[in-house]
Write a new protein. Structure first.
Length: 360
């Protein structure tokens, strides 16, 4: 067993999160939280009130960097994840995108090949270059503010999840319409997935070149797939993305997060060859440890965000249970989904102290 130790003055090669992503078991557990930067923080709400809409902030490299840094200053997570959104990729491809207050994202639906012909996975950078500038700013801010232990994280949505939003035109409980189209017209759907795959490879490559030290692929709607669709539309595109990125950036770790994958998460972890697999809060920890952790694959997860919202003993006891169960394995503490907007910041402080105090 390889054991690593946390120190506030770590070099890039010794960052706790990067060491866990390399498969090491650390005496102090690294952590970051999905949606750790955002609307649960009063400083974020103040900035948004001044800056305007969500996308205005995403495409403002100064504002997006500031939002990324806000939770680091409060809680000193081990990862600073880029403030952005997975849907900037279809927008950069030419699909209209807006965020309505209280309604979530809205896109002009892509229903057929004619709609698809209006989009392109090339020339993304004219839209996404501010995102790359944000990553450069994050690296600079982390250095200047002496957060030497913090890893810069980039991310993108997985092709299946992005395709779901592109066809549906927004969110859905189960994306039955998308699944039906994938079954009825697999040629069209495969063309869409391939287009998103190409754009995602380019986007993540540019993020890495701009300073991302690790990246996460969010497959937020993987759990709506049956076994065959999961293999074809979740695993196979991710295999190709990971393979391409690894050929160009062999030292950059990749985290895969197939939310809701259930027992299919093992096939995902093994076949995609991601460096770490994120698990959601419905996962059976004992099974995950037996099927994934014990095979040397780094696991990331999986506190229910509702427990972070609740605080108190419901938060502390479950965080400790998770830490104990993954003790002695390569592990990164995270949530099983994103921070809920009503979460009191002091609850994140409690979670931070619980993780930092824990020793295997």
């Amino acid at each position: 067993m390889i054991v690593c130790f946390y120190a506030s003055s770590m070099t890039n090669e010794n960052k706790l999160l990067l060491r866990a992503l390399s498969g090491e078991t650390c005496s102090e557990v690294p952590f970051w939280l999905m949606r750790q930067a955002g609307r649960y923080l009063p400083e974020y709400r103040e900035l948004r009130a001044r800056k305007g809409g969500f996308l205005d902030m995403v495409y403002d490299p100064v504002a997006a960097c500031e939002i990324t840094m806000q939770p680091i200053r409060r809680f000193e997570m081990d990862g600073a994840i880029l403030f952005s959104d997975i849907l900037v990729v279809p927008q950069a491809m030419g699909q209209s995108l807006s965020f309505m207050a209280g309604e979530g994202p809205k896109l002009q639906p892509v229903k057929n090949n004619h709609d698809l012909d209006q989009l392109s996975p090339t020339n993304l950078d004219c839209v996404l270059s501010p995102v790359y500038e944000t990553l450069k700013n994050i690296r600079s801010s982390l250095r200047q503010e002496k957060y030497d232990h913090v890893t810069t994280l980039g991310f993108a949505g997985a092709p299946w999840t992005i395709a779901c939003y592109m066809i549906e035109g927004g969110g859905s409980r189960d994306f039955e319409q998308v699944k039906s189209i994938a079954l009825q017209d697999p040629v069209f759907f495969g063309r869409l997935v391939s287009m998103v795959e190409e754009a995602t490879i380019h986007y993540l490559s540019a993020q890495i070149e701009s300073g991302a030290e690790a990246v996460q692929i969010f497959d937020s709607w993987a759990g709506v797939c049956d076994e065959r669709q999961f293999s074809e539309w979740v695993i196979e595109p991710t295999v190709r993305i990971v393979s391409h990125l690894k050929s160009r950036f062999p030292k950059t770790p990749i985290i895969g997060f197939p939310r809701g994958a259930g027992v299919m998460v093992r096939d995902y972890a093994v076949q995609t060859k991601v460096d770490a697999v994120g698990i959601d809060y419905t996962a059976n920890i004992a099974w995950i440890r037996e099927q994934i952790s014990e095979h040397g694959i780094t696991v990331q997860g999986n506190l229910d965000p509702a427990r972070l919202l609740a605080g108190g003993e419901a938060l502390r006891s479950e965080a400790i249970r998770i830490l104990k169960n993954f003790s002695g394995t390569p592990f990164i503490f995270n949530l099983g989904h994103g921070v809920i907007k009503e979460t009191p910041p002091q609850h994140v402080s409690i979670l931070t102290q619980t993780i930092r105090d824990f020793r295997a």
